[in-house]
Design a protein around this ligand. Structure first.
Ligand SMILES: Cc1cc2nc3c(=O)[nH]c(=O)nc-3n(C[C@H](O)[C@H](O)[C@H](O)COP(=O)(O)OP(=O)(O)OC[C@H]3O[C@@H](n4cnc5c(N)ncnc54)[C@H](O)[C@@H]3O)c2cc1C
Length: 510
């Protein structure tokens, strides 16, 4: 997929698209895949880079949500657990089974969590994921050698899915493109057009690279703008009451030494009544998250000092060594698009919602990364009916996603699935592209070239944040490798030294 070709298709199409999707996060990408798989013509527009919103900033779990079970939201957990299985089957190169230890320091907790997690297993039904077991304190410490053992009475080990959110997103968009969809990043929707009857008939688009504008006509528009969906709704209906409450969740990344081995940690009760995860991720330890209500969603949220301290302190209570500020290699924050339901943001439902503000415009928001597929199914059903598109059944339940390949834990490029072969060919043709970009991170130049040529990466931050995860895993290392990444990208994109300098500066300032 190349951006120039995609942009030309988007701007030059003489007839309306069946479906235009606003937003290139999990929700929009899911809708694009679903609609394209049904044979509809699809245009997806993203104002920044694909996944630059919440969808690259999650905790990276494909899960039913143990916390939601405790809140009694059985239907959400049931749906998410079934989607968890589908995602593992359809994208085994990106999603894998991960065991979690729930450490228990009171005997009654062993029983309580043991029973709760058995219910979780039962709700999942027949599933490729492991089943939960109660373990002794000794066995818990063997599974997770850094867990605090003083007072440990035992634990429960259960299983959920883990993934790389930005990588799955790119593979979803490539799936959509493989099915004929046109997907464009750095293309902002600035307004909606209407026909004589008042029905939304298309979108106004501004190309962020150069500022040119065009109109894309649509039989139906899907608003999947995540935390910004109220902004898009107001383009149709200026007085629309907000649907969303924004809540920030932050993570810190630590060295792998905090969580050696392959088991994650679930802290079942934080001081603010939530849960906290510490999970092994890309050879590091990812810890989060928080829940901080915000008056409005920022475009580029950052973890606050208070959040970082809270995460470190809470994790430290369950680990043999409390991580300090000096141990933090990277941080990131995301905004939950929570559908307003009263109460505080932690208690608000993680269910999704669909809304119609004007004929021709369907808004879909909320939900979870895990449930993007089922959300998309319902949304495309509704959008197709609204636009009177020919009725066609959803095809995504068993649709293998782009790159589909069996997991291969020994291959550092396995997450690219079948695309790994093309990246290896780049290295074979130019061995300098096989050289690691930084000794602390597992990335090489061929991945940068691939990201530009085939995954529509346009800036150094696109590569360091979303095509690779360098900036999150190790910020200093990412800053150090930025000049080489910029130089490789400049060669591919035909940019000059001024561009290279600007790009390097943008990474330092991020
Ligand atoms: C801290 C945190 C942790 C989470 N952890 C998990 C987890 O472990 N597992 C899980 O299943 N779920 C998790 N979630 C939930 C999940 O990440 C979200 O539900 C999901 O990413 C939302 O995707 P989205 O596409 O709706 O929003 P986004 O990813 O924000 O996408 C919306 C996109 O729309 C674009 N946009 C906005 N306005 C316009 C416009 N005018 N024109 C064009 N584009 C526009 C934005 O740039 C953005 O890229 C987590 C959420 C948070 C915040």
């Amino acid at each position: 997929m190349t951006r120039d070709a995609m942009l030309r298709r988007a701007a030059d199409r003489p007839t309306p698209w069946d479906v235009v999707v606003i937003g290139g996060g999990a929700t929009g990408a899911g809708v694009a895949v679903d609609a394209a798989a049904r044979g509809y013509s699809v245009l997806l527009l993203e104002r920044g880079d694909f996944g630059c919103g919440t969808s690259s900033r999650s905790t990276k779990l494909v899960h039913g949500g143990v916390r939601y079970l405790r809140q009694g939201n059985v239907s959400l957990v049931f749906e998410a657990l079934h989607e968890r299985t589908r995602l593992l089957r359809n994208a085994p190169h990106v999603v894998h089974d991960l065991p979690f230890l729930v450490p228990c320091y009171r005997r009654r907790d062993v029983l309580m969590y043991g029973v709760g997690l058995k219910a979780y297993d039962l709700l999942a039904g027949r599933s490729p994921f492991g089943h939960s077991v109660i373990v002794s304190a000794d066995a818990a410490a063997r599974r997770l050698p850094t867990v605090r053992t003083a007072g440990l009475r035992g634990g429960v080990v259960y299983h959920d899915g883990q993934f790389d959110d930005a990588r799955l997103l790119i593979h979803l968009l490539m799936t959509a493109a493989d099915l004929g969809a046109c997907v464009v990043n750095y293309a902002a929707v600035t307004g909606l057009t209407r026909d004589a009857s008042g029905t939304v008939s298309g979108v106004r688009v501004r190309n962020a690279e150069g500022g040119a504008e065009f109109v894309a006509a649509a039989k139906v528009v899907v608003n999947a703008a995540g935390p910004f969906c109220d902004e898009v709704r107001r383009m149709a209906s200026p007085a629309a009451a907000p649907m969303l409450a924004a809540s920030q969740g932050s993570h810190v990344v630590l060295d792998r030494a905090f969580l050696p081995g392959g088991c994650a940690l679930l802290i079942p009760e934080t001081p603010d009544g939530r849960v906290l995860f510490a999970i092994p991720w890309h050879g590091h330890t990812l810890v989060g998250t928080t829940d901080v209500a915000l008056p409005a969603a920022p475009v580029d949220p950052h973890a606050t000092d208070t959040e970082i301290d809270f995460i470190l302190e809470t994790a430290g209570r369950y680990l043999t060594r409390t991580p300090t500020r000096g141990d933090v290699l990277g941080t990131f924050a995301g905004i939950r698009p929570l559908v307003k339901s009263g109460g505080n943001t932690a208690a608000m439902s993680r269910d999704h919602a669909m809304h119609v503000d004007a004929p021709g415009l369907v808004t879909i928001t909320g939900g979870k990364w895990t449930t993007y597929r089922s959300m998309a199914e319902g949304c495309v059903d509704k959008a197709a009916a609204m636009a009177r598109l020919p009725r066609r059944p959803c095809r995504t339940a068993e649709l293998q996603l782009h790159g589909f390949a069996p997991p291969n834990p020994t291959d550092p490029l396995a997450i690219y699935g079948t695309d790994a072969a093309a990246i290896r060919r780049l290295m074979a043709a130019d061995p300098s592209l096989a050289v690691p970009l930084h000794p602390a991170l597992p990335y090489c130049g061929a991945e940068v070239v691939w990201a530009v040529r085939s995954e529509m990466a346009r800036t150094v931050l696109d590569v360091l944040t979303r095509r690779t995860r360098a900036l999150y895993l190790n910020t200093n290392a990412a800053i150090e490798m930025a000049p080489r990444v910029a130089e490789l990208m400049a060669r591919e994109l035909g940019r000059d030294t001024t561009w290279v300098a600007e790009q390097v500066r943008s990474v330092k300032g991020s």
